[in-house]
Design a protein around this ligand. Structure first.
Ligand code: 5GP
Ligand code: MN
Length: 335
């Protein structure tokens, strides 16, 4: 639920200049919620611009008007200009300004009102209007709720619905995690609004290139380690792997989840050597929280069952640091 919805409704009852900002390395939920809200607000006659700190993966290139997203890494002046002339900034799928680096530094002092719509743990209080719900499957689910709260269902189109369905589909791993009766009701309404669920699934999940399957094979065959005494699985990728497999943004999406397919694996780590950092993606099953590990040991955060962070140490040192943490979580991991 959006706090102060009446005030926000009044604010949006005039045509406004609106910016929609999402997090670095935007995923399906970040992109789907941004585009869904973008098309919704445009239907109502607002001037709307979308911003991402970094580029979006090719997987989502089919989404109408995604190429209108201003990318800070590509054109920082454009992003600065958009933020400066905005009356209100919607922050989607992140809950702390440091998650968007330099863009956050521009937004913090901006004159615009700020609205946050997000489902991560521990939101920071930087926004005037907040819809933050960690029980939501996705930010897209919360954008759908927001549209309802705005009495906006008459503006719902198949296009808006397909944007929101995209984030729901990707953040729940095709309805495997974070589902609820409420979510299925929302999805039913999206289908009634004309969403072609089969088409969206096909566009997102059946659009791999040969190199993606070869990379997956490499990860599972050569880069996977199962630590049975901790019910933990690790996959690592080196700089050389990145070169050999021509790995681009988004190409490694979802690989970490394969580890959870092993019956006893309760925690999965995907640790990759990036140009300036080592990135760690964590997943878990059940009550075991990877959020705490990401936050306390890898400068990150996220959700109980899906979190991430990074380290400035080498790949080897980061993997070792991760392994050294396991004994203190052993009881929970083996429960
Ligand atoms: P992924 O492993 O797919 O990159 O991210 C999984 C979840 O962890 C996402 O919800 C994302 O927001 C969060 N996450 C990933 N990396 C970071 C990070 O560096 N910092 C924080 N705070 N959250 C992260
Ligand atoms: Mn999300």
């Amino acid at each position: 639920m959006m706090e102060n919805i009446a005030e926000l409704k009044a604010f949006l009852s005039f045509p406004r200049d609106i910016a929609i900002v999402t997090h670095r390395n935007p995923d399906g939920d970040a992109i789907g919620s941004s585009l869904g809200l973008y098309h919704f607000l445009k239907e109502q006659g607002h001037g709307v611009n979308m911003i991402s700190p970094s580029e979006y993966p090719d997987t989502f290139a089919w989404m109408p008007e995604i190429q209108k997203m201003a990318i800070y890494d590509v054109d920082p002046d454009l992003v600065r200009n958009i933020i400066e002339r905005s009356d209100i900034i919607f922050c989607l799928d992140f809950n702390a300004l440091d998650r968007i680096d330099k863009v956050g530094e521009i937004i913090a002092p901006a004159r615009a009102r700020k609205a946050m719509i997000d489902h991560h743990l521990y939101p920071e209080p930087f926004a005037d209007f907040v819809s933050s719900d960690t029980s939501a499957s996705s930010t897209c689910e919360l954008v759908f709720e927001f549209i309802k709260e705005m009495n906006g269902m008459r503006y719902m189109t198949p296009l808006i619905g397909e944007c929101l369905f995209t984030g729901i589909l990707t953040d729940t791993g095709s309805f495997k995690y974070s589902t609820s009766a409420k979510l299925y009701r929302i999805v039913a309404e999206l289908l009634e609004a004309g969403v072609d669920d089969y088409k969206v699934q096909d566009l997102i999940f059946n659009s791999l290139k040969e190199k993606h399957l070869r990379l997956l094979g490499h990860c599972l065959n050569n880069r996977m380690e199962i630590l049975e005494e901790y019910n933990t699985g690790i996959i690592t990728l080196t700089k050389e792997d990145y070169a050999n497999f021509d790995i681009q943004r988004g190409d490694t999406e979802g690989i970490v989840n394969y580890l959870l397919k092993i019956k006893n694996v309760k925690m999965a780590a995907f640790i990759t050597e990036q140009p300036t950092i080592v990135k760690i993606s964590l997943r878990s099953k059940g009550d075991f929280s990877v959020q705490e590990i990401a936050r306390r040991h890898f400068k990150g955060g996220g959700h109980r069952n899906a979190s991430g962070g990074y380290s400035f140490q080498s790949l080897q040192a980061t993997v070792l640091r991760f392994k050294n943490l396991l004994p203190r979580y052993r009881l929970q991991l083996m429960a």
